[in-house]
Design a protein around this ligand. Sequence first.
Ligand code: XMP
Length: 325
Amino acid sequence: MNVDVRPESMERITTPELAQAFIEEQIAAIREQVGDGKVLLALSGGVDSSVCAALLIKAIGKQLVCVHVNHGLMRKGESEQVIEVFQNQLDANLVYIDATDRFLDLLAGVDEPETKRHIIGEEFIKVFAEEAAKQNGIQFLGQGTIYPDILESKDGVKAHHNVGGLPEDLDFELVEPVKLLFKDEVRVVGRELGLPDSMVDRQPFPGPGLGVRCLGAITRDRLNALREADAIVREEIEAAGVDAWQYFVAVPDFRATGVRDGQRAYDWIAIIRCINTVDVMTATVPELDWSLLKRMCDRILAEVPGICRVAYDLSPKPIGTVEFE
Ligand code: XMP
């Protein structure tokens, strides 16, 4: 049987009982595959890698080494949550690498979107490979590959390795315990493993992070303003109970005139993006309540230094892609 093909008889995991049965089955399979070996896993804080890590921790405890690379382009509170959940609550073997300066120094002055993405991807692999080289006795690489990744890679839509193509000399055997699951099933399993809702229900977040939302050449002050405005938008949309697929802020690299406390201001513009979609090939923009839009606008203008205007992006995909870069 091809282990990359989901058997037709496999029941969709929709209940805690089915999740529990899956977890037990996978714990046995992981123990059998890994024995007393060590597994290395890049833990981004996204749903798939988090659920994969939680499952591996349950199966092999400290034989798993999680590496969280903070590239300085995470959203507010995200790296802190990874440390809190995995190190403090699940007692994982977690290596936290604050590579903020490394990434931001490399990105300084780079304004071409594809070059920015390339730099972030390459540097991520470098940082991770350096850490792997420091660890002794690793034989396995844990990956939160899920079934749509496998299907899309078969269709040639994208390569399915989550780490983005590690160098050949990192000769590890893969451990991919959630690779036959769809996203909704990964969430049910994650909840059953005790991960917090905020992690399990996390909206998609691109690998290059806020780097593709801090438009043009990234500067630290504009990135900080973006991160604060984004946190306000997430908080308000979640508090309002809006059922949206993705919502965030982008900040372009130009300024606009304003007036604040009787003084001329010359600050950035926060653009709120909120979309709904089924497959992310197309997306629509929901009609958010005016009161919600106003509340987000008022809070950003009052609480985020460096922003003097707020706009709501009305563009559906196509023509506008979800991300700005
Ligand atoms: P676009 O901008 O292409 O985005 O309409 C479609 C979906 O993909 C996400 N996205 C990424 N996800 N790495 C990822 O893991 C990336 O480089 C990347 N770029 C875009 C985007 O957030 C949206 O959900």
